[in-house]
Design a protein around this ligand. Structure first.
Ligand code: FAD
Length: 430
């Protein structure tokens, strides 16, 4: 049987960074990746005549782990367009149009009141379970918004803004997700928005992950789906879909919580992982790229959390077409491959958008992710996070779901890969 020091399962950002660190520390590493590519939930595809990010896209310098990788690999950012026009829904869902400043004024009170709690709830964003969060974690984001008693227009606008962040129906999302992001941005809501959806990586995320992969001193094996792990006190045996077995002193799993049950683990996964997997995290939405006819002024649009596309914004403007990106809370509410359904969804704001193409990947239906960018259900953060970070003997866990700072983000994936590589390296050199 082939043997190695460490097997890393998954070649997303967490797995690649962990493998790079371990290889550089002199450990023999094999990365097993089920897909035919590296990058995991980041994936740049040529579609609709553009290089489009079907998964993770935006990064920011307030995200220290991914920013260090940006510096290391000489990546630059490009700003997504600043909107000239804003659209939203007023009373009775009547379409409203204004400027960016008009919309910011509409949502300001709602945003401010929610993020105002952040610094007492989570005084240090790197310790997200310490602080008043322990009292607040059972609250859903919806309950908190309900408590604000906003008028209908402000309430609907605020709700759809949050859908853009948390990609789930708001009654299913813990208030903790909002508080973590706000804490990480010093309680400053415009910075929180900027951090999560403003700066794209020049050259695309696939080139970024490929640069890390090229830096791995070790073996990255694609098309290598792991089906089982048997682990004992001092080693683990990993079985691939074709029956091939490999042995290692340590294994790092980087699968998302929702997808971790696709591997049979003996003895079974820790109770915290099994429970979280059964429960599922909150995130369950869509991201869809939409090509519309004509050169449109740069705009963004917010509907409500009850619309299949709650958020829409311009990303590329060409002479004869524009490329928009949309987000919605529920992947079962719309078929993002259907031009007709997307056309109907964008019609809520304006009737001059003629959809001529769509591009998306349903990450919720993808058995290798079963999730988008992770947001917690009420209670999950303080109940589970620290235990999700614990190794079970020789079996370690990384992945954005286990991060302290930007959980659910690329930054969190990098953080987790660094963390577990250090722990594994320490254990191997003890
Ligand atoms: C639509 C969308 C938009 C997003 N937008 C942003 C954004 O703008 N900014 C941001 O920071 N983050 C964003 N994210 C989140 C970001 O993409 C993730 O946080 C990050 O990519 C997760 O990296 P990871 O390594 O933890 O997990 P993953 O990338 O999911 O890596 C896990 C890897 O394990 C592999 N795997 C699974 N099962 C097996 C198996 N049995 N055997 C072998 N391999 C297996 C998978 O194929 C995958 O490659 C977005 C995500 C999505 C889906």
């Amino acid at each position: 049987m082939e043997t190695t020091d460490v097997i890393v399962i998954g070649a997303g950002f967490a797995g690649l960074v962990a493998a790079r660190e371990l290889g550089r520390s002199g450990h023999k590493v094999i990365v097993l990746e089920a897909r035919a590519r590296v990058g995991g939930r980041t994936w740049t595809e040529q579609a609709l005549g553009h290089d489009l990010e079907l998964g993770g896209t935006w990064v920011h310098w307030v995200q220290p782990h991914v920013w260090a990788e940006m510096t290391r690999y000489g990546r630059q950012t490009v700003r997504s367009p600043i909107a000239e026009e804003a659209y939203w829904l007023g009373a009775g869902a009547a379409p409203r149009k204004g400027s960016l400043a008009d919309f910011s004024a509409l949502i300001h009170d709602g945003q401010q009141q929610i993020v105002a709690d952040a610094l007492s709830a989570i005084p240090q964003a790197i310790a997200p379970t310490v602080g008043r969060i322990t009292d607040l974690d059972e609250q859903s984001l919806q309950q908190r918004i309900d408590d604000l008693h906003l008028d209908d227009e402000a309430r609907s606008a605020n709700e759809s803004v949050w859908v853009g962040h948390v990609n789930a129906p708001l009654h299913e999302v813990g208030l903790s997700s909002a508080l973590r992001w706000a804490s990480a941005t010093g309680g400053h809501w415009p910075l929180m928005h900027e951090a999560s959806a403003t700066y794209r990586v020049v050259g695309g995320m696939s080139a970024f992950s490929a640069a890390i992969a090229a830096d791995v001193v070790g073996d990255i094996r694609l098309n290598s789906t792991v089906t089982a792990i048997d682990h004992s006190e001092n080693r683990a045996t990993v079985t691939l879909f074709d029956g091939q077995k490999l042995r290692a002193q340590r294994v790092i799993m980087t699968l998302p919580i929702n997808a971790i049950d696709t591997i049979t683990v003996t003895p079974s996964l820790p109770e915290v992982w099994r429970r979280a997997n059964e429960e599922r995290v909150a995130s369950q939405g869509i991201k869809v790229w939409i090509k519309v006819r004509g050169r449109l002024p740069r705009f963004f649009a917010y509907a409500s959390q009850h619309h299949p596309i709650s958020v829409l914004k311009s990303e590329f403007i060409e002479d004869d077409h524009s490329i928009l990106v949309g987000f919605g809370p529920d992947h079962t509410a719309i078929d993002v491959t259907s031009i007709e359904q997307v056309q109907a969804a964008v019609g809520v704001w304006r009737d001059d958008l003629e959809v001529i193409g769509v591009a998306a990947h349903d990450w919720m239906k993808d058995p290798l992710s079963k999730n988008t960018w992770m947001t917690h259900r009420p209670g999950q953060l303080t109940r589970d996070l620290s235990r999700l970070q614990l190794a079970d003997g020789v079996l370690h866990f990384a992945g954005c779901d286990t991060a302290d700072l930007w959980g659910g983000f690329i930054d969190g994936a990098v953080e987790s890969g660094l963390r577990e590589a250090r722990l594994v390296s320490n254990a191997l050199t003890r």
